[in-house]
Ligand binder design. Structure first.
Ligand code: GLU
Length: 436
């Protein structure tokens, strides 16, 4: 039997970590087995605006690379199918209508065992609950009914979903049996808890894919990788694994039955690891919206990419890039207060910077490199009888307005000879109020 799985979110707005991980595990199983991944929006609760509410879910899934093979199906558009299945239960004598117009399904009231890949066999004793309403007086169907009908209609072979559904699964199996259909194989996956052990809710830090990750400067690959580890330990020496490796390693039976703990620091660490390994071009692509949001523009992609790449080991999130690199993109960058104070602290700094500017402006554009910058600063230091180490910070302050950043020679090399000397003169004028 070929594997057919589905992600069946109720459209409640954004895609959250719990839902994303459910979608991801289903996707992994489909990709691992060459099966089909279906997206089904469970929107039978008419009170919600489905289009708007599923938009966030779809956006989040696309961002995570969880492309689906079929769907999205919207349950609100499938009433005719549910009516037909309803008629089958009616014909089988399993339904009765109450005075108030609601229709109930007669439970079989036998013991029901759920064979679960994660939780093992779970047997439910014959129920003493009242029979289950499956159709409301207004003709709409309730979740359990449409969920099972669609799993039959869509020939779903495996249901991977949150553990919160385990306690109701006997109701679903009772319905499958009533339709003479084989229930799918279940895998109920553990809850995701906050670091303090409370259940993670939609309001908790790190919970919404769009706001906590997409807009916060995470890379999709890093979030994908991190979410996989919430409740699953791939059999590998490393935790940092590509999508392809995760697909190859995925095994639903290896999903933990104990709850998973969310760890924001670890998710940041993953992101930092992924950022470090990006090529300059890929980093520029990922950074574009974050630079644009700060009004930073450029004409030469390769220099912009190299500038971003020069700070890749210093950041955890793409949103940190503008503050670390803005001076590569503009001449009117501000001087941080402590930088200003350090520059003005010693009267001899003006002469040292002037000496630097002279040596640097004497260099050739054609041979301008980190090495020429290094040699020029060394020569200026020698002439002034100071160590190059005394000049480098002054140069850094002048070229960036900051006290931290990539190597000074890297900055000078990337902005070019002309901007390097212009910036030193700007510092002399504006910060040191010295003449050139
Ligand atoms: N619509 C249900 C939910 O969002 C999904 C149930 C299931 O996966 O079977 O919790």
């Amino acid at each position: 039997m070929s594997v057919r799985v589905r992600f069946a979110p109720s459209p409640t707005g954004d895609l959250h970590v719990g839902g994303a991980r459910t979608a991801l595990f289903n996707w992994l199983l489909a990709r691992k087995t060459g099966g089909i991944f279906v997206l089904r929006v469970e929107d039978t609760d008419g009170a919600r605006n489905t289009a708007q509410a599923s938009e966030g879910i779809i956006k989040g899934m696309k961002w995570l690379g969880l492309e689906w093979d079929e769907g999205p199906y919207y349950q609100s558009e499938r009433k005719a199918i549910y009516d037909a299945y309803f008629a089958r239960l009616e014909a089988a004598g399993r339904l009765y209508t109450e005075d108030n117009g609601a229709v109930r399904f007669k439970f079989s009231r036998t013991a029901i065992t759920v064979h679960d890949l994660v939780c093992g066999d779970v047997t439910f004793a014959p129920t003493e609950e009242p029979d289950m309403t499956i159709r409301r007086p207004d003709g709409s169907y309730i979740f359990h009914f449409v969920n099972v009908v669609d799993d039959i209609e869509m020939r779903i072979s495996h249901v991977i979903r949150g553990e919160d559904h385990l306690s109701n699964t006997w109701k679903h199996i009772d319905l499958f049996n009533a339709f003479g259909a084989n229930p799918p194989t279940y895998a109920h996956i553990p809850l995701i808890l906050n670091p303090d052990g409370t259940k993670m809710s939609k309001r908790d830090e790190g919970s919404a894919i769009e706001h906590s990750y997409m807009h916060a400067g995470y890379l999709s690959e890093a979030v994908f990788n991190y979410l996989c580890l919430l409740g699953w330990t791939p059999k590998s020496e490393h935790e940092k694994l590509s999508r392809t490796e995760l697909v190859a390693l995925f095994d639903p039976e290896a999903i933990h039955s104990s709850n998973a703990k969310f760890d924001l620091k670890k998710s940041l660490w993953f992101n930092a690891q992924y950022l470090r390994e990006m090529t300059p071009a890929a980093l520029l692509e990922a950074a574009r919206p974050f630079l644009a949001a700060k009004g930073l523009t450029w004409t030469d992609d390769s220099t912009a990419a190299a500038a971003l790449h020069s700070v890749r080991e210093k950041i955890n999130l793409l949103t940190e890039l503008p503050e670390w690199t803005h001076y590569f993109f503009r001449e009117d960058f501000p001087f941080e207060d402590d930088v200003r104070a350090k520059l003005t602290a010693k009267p001899e700094n003006a002469a040292l910077l002037r000496a630097c500017a002279e040596k640097l402006s004497a260099c050739e554009d054609a041979t301008w490199s980190e090495q020429t910058v290094h040699d020029a600063v060394e020569a200026a230091a020698r002439d002034a009888s100071v160590k190059p180490g005394a000049l480098m910070p002054l140069l850094r302050f002048s070229l960036s307005g900051q006290a931290r950043g990539p190597g000074v020679t890297t900055i000078a090399h990337l902005i070019g000879r002309e901007k390097t000397t212009t910036r030193i003169h700007r510092t002399l004028h504006e910060v040191l109020h010295a003449s050139n």
